[in-house]
Design a protein around this ligand. Structure first.
Ligand code: GAP
Length: 458
């Protein structure tokens, strides 16, 4: 049955009811306050590419630092790497991406637009949304479209080699497995982690940064004995679920979704997604995959280098199985923004917008706000001290109420006000974002006091 304008409108209303935040509101806030905005904006943008501004880069870096801390620093059995974005082209033959990494696409013969054929059900034609659904357009047969971005290496045209910008960060983990295991003196079971850029020529990038052509992944490949794969899958599933709760996500915004057998990627034996409830519906932010021995076996075949291992006690030779955790940094950053956004009406009727980030994730940890410009000098001294410990921001422009609102809107958990009593009592007022409660704190112990508050629960 073809989709009508009123069906689409009903669906949109239902989604909005489930999630009061409209994406346009968030997109506008992100651009206005310098979180995220279109790449090459002055040229009209470029679809699927985004720039992170001064606050966005801090937010994303905090997320990555927290992931690294949990996944690498706090564990004896996981080590980190940072590999090249471009790998030997054979890597992508071995991984199966040259053969399998494609989406089915259709072209509209009238408007020449391209769509993913598995994503057009229920969508309206962008050229004439009131007249027809995309399925009613003059579409070509579905064809497979490889999503890897290509580039050319080499100086002259006749000597160039085609290479690919990596579509996932994990393949260099597999090709470097032997080197890392030996150099880090690790034994199976152990894991290798990295955070980095990945590129996919998505046919229809959309939903802000959710589906981009350039994005970041934080991936960890855990190598274990074939007899232990189920135990490690369960372990990592639990660890990764807890990670998202620790980021401050309310449990009602998260769910686990096991893949049906016909959904599994070519390498996967089992997979579960962690999904987040975005304003545009439940969508994957992380995948936990049992990749079996697909990758190490294929790289052994394609490189001719043996990647199996020997158990030192039993002398058994085996190809390790791989349990992967793969989270999208941009998708999780977007989820953090969605979950943090709220609009409040205060006593007296004033409105405020708040980004209620967990303090450890907030881009600015503390803002130093002298009550008057006359107090700039001692306030600057406090700022100079605090910024050695955390990202601290100084602002003496405008009335104090307006300055608090500006900090609420970018999620700053604490504001420090230096007032006319501070010269005498050597104390400042620390104001907390969510409760707006205020506390007098000695300047001497201020950095320690804030550190304690910032590190709570993490
Ligand atoms: N190595 C396995 C792998 O890449 P995936 O499910 O294709 O698995 C893992 O991707 C994660 O990467 C996803 O859960 C998602 O968060 C992120 N991701 C994938 N494609 C993306 C895109 N086009 N834009 C933003 N993030 C993306």
């Amino acid at each position: 049955m073809s989709d009508t304008v009123s069906d689409a409108a009903d669906r949109e209303t239902q989604d909005r009811d489930r999630h009061p935040l409209a994406m346009e509101t968030l997109v506008a806030l992100c651009a206005a306050r310098g979180f995220v905005y279109p790449a090459s904006e002055i040229y009209g943008g470029i679809a699927g590419f985004w720039d992170y501004g001064p606050l966005g880069v801090e937010l994303k870096n905090n997320l990555k630092a927290f992931w690294w801390r949990r996944m690498v620093r706090e564990r004896d059995d996981v080590v980190g790497i940072d590999s090249a974005i471009i790998s030997h082209p054979r890597t992508w033959e071995a991984s199966g991406h040259v053969e399998h990494f494609s989406d089915p696409m259709v072209d509209c013969r009238t408007c020449k637009r391209r769509f993913r054929s598995d994503q057009i059900q229920g969508e309206r034609c962008p050229e004439a949304p009131r007249q027809r659904a995309i399925t009613e357009c003059d579409l070509t047969e579905a064809r497979e479209f490889n999503l890897m971005l290509r580039t050319q290496l080499g100086a002259s045209v006749d000597e160039t080699t085609t290479a690919y910008l990596r579509p996932e960060t994990c393949q260099p983990i597999f090709s470097g497995f032997k080197r890392v295991r030996e150099s880090a003196r690790q034994r199976v079971p152990f894991g290798i982690a990295q955070i980095g850029k990945a590129f996919r020529n998505e046919i229809t990038p959309r939903n802000f940064t959710f589906r981009s052509r350039e994005f970041e992944q934080a991936e960890m490949e855990f190598f274990c004995h074939p007899g232990e794969r189920e135990r490690w899958f369960a372990h990592w599933r639990e660890q990764r679920w807890q990670f998202h709760l620790d980021l401050g996500f309310d449990e009602s915004l998260l769910r686990m979704r096991p893949h049906a057998s016909d959904e599994l990627a070519h390498y996967a034996r089992a997979a579960e997604d962690i999904e987040f409830l975005f304003p545009f519906g439940w969508q994957e932010i992380e995948g936990i995959h049992d990749r079996g021995d697909w990758d190490l076996t294929r790289h052994t075949q394609y490189s001719g280098k043996e990647l199996s291992v020997t158990d030192e006690e039993t002398k058994e030779r085996f190809m390790p199985m791989v349990i992967e955790t793969s989270v999208g940094v941009d998708r999780t950053t977007l989820a953090l923004l969605v979950a943090a956004y709220r609009q409040e009406t205060l006593e007296g009727g004033d409105e405020r917008t708040v980004l209620g980030f967990h303090p450890a994730i907030a881009p600015i940890k503390v803002a130093i706000l002298p009550l008057s410009k006359k107090l700039a000098e001692p306030a600057h001294a406090i700022h100079a001290d605090l910024r050695r410990h955390f990202n601290a921001f100084y602002d003496d422009a405008g009335n104090i109420g307006r300055r608090y609102r500006r900090q609420d809107e970018v999620g700053t958990p604490f504001c420090v006000t230096y007032d006319f009593d501070s010269n005498d009592d050597h104390c400042v007022t620390v104001r907390e974002r969510d409760t707006m409660s205020q506390q007098r704190v000695a300047i001497d112990g201020l950095a320690d006091h804030l550190r304690e508050l910032l590190e709570q629960d993490l």
